[in-house]
Design a protein around this ligand. Structure first.
Ligand code: ADP
Length: 181
């Protein structure tokens, strides 16, 4: 058990563009094809350049895409981050289709990959809260709870950044994180 007293020091909140973040890995809210899309996915591929898509294509050739809740890792291409961890969030269809469990798997499996690769810092966007329509308040609760649980049990990653893009998510994450401090 890691020292829970240091928990709040291991989690930080940032507002802005995740493609500009310096971290060992940034997480992409990808889709199952792994071949790019809109939102944060499009921004990451644009900023990171073709090396990321090339690495994704190799993964697709090997395992055929990525199921919701799973995560895969590639180079960060031209990004400041050395790696991109691509995870596929659930599409919100009302909450009865295991959406919370799948969203928690996204965070847990991304953290697991980071740990396996000895990564110290990882930055998450607000997975599924864009086009996939997951209610932002519910998603923030799942994200923070899952990350806290993981960090309490593992020394790596040392630091997790939640990168919020919009005001509503900033406010929600401030509330969620205040509760653990
Ligand atoms: P999903 O399909 O998983 O819902 P989206 O990319 O549509 O993925 O949205 C996920 C979240 O990422 C949303 O909260 C959106 O506001 C946010 N977002 C979009 N672009 C960026 C960016 N450049 N940096 C950080 N977050 C972003």
């Amino acid at each position: 058990m890691a020292n829970s007293g240091s928990l709040s020091l291991r989690i930080k909140l940032l507002q802005g563009d995740i493609t500009k973040v310096t971290a060992d890995a940034i997480v992409n809210a990808a889709n199952s094809s792994l071949l790019g899309g809109g939102g944060v996915d499009g921004a990451i591929h644009r900023a990171g350049g073709p090396a990321i898509l090339e690495a994704c294509r190799k993964i697709v050739a090997r395992q055929g895409g990525c199921s919701p809740g799973e995560a895969v890792i590639t180079t960060g291409g031209n990004l400041l981050a050395r790696h991109v961890i691509h995870t596929v969030g659930p599409v919100w269809t009302g909450g009865q289709k295991r959406e919370p469990e799948i969203l928690a798997n996204c965070y847990r499996n991304s953290l697991q990959l980071a740990q396996e690769q000895d990564l110290e810092t990882i930055a998450f966007p607000n997975i599924s809260t864009g086009v996939y329509g997951y209610p932002k308040d519910k998603a923030a609760t799942v994200a923070v709870r899952t990350v806290v649980d993981f960090l309490q049990q593992h020394p790596l990653p040392k630091q997790v950044l939640f990168v919020v893009f919009d005001e509503e998510n900033r406010r929600l994450y401030e509330q969620e994180l205040a509760a653990i401090e």
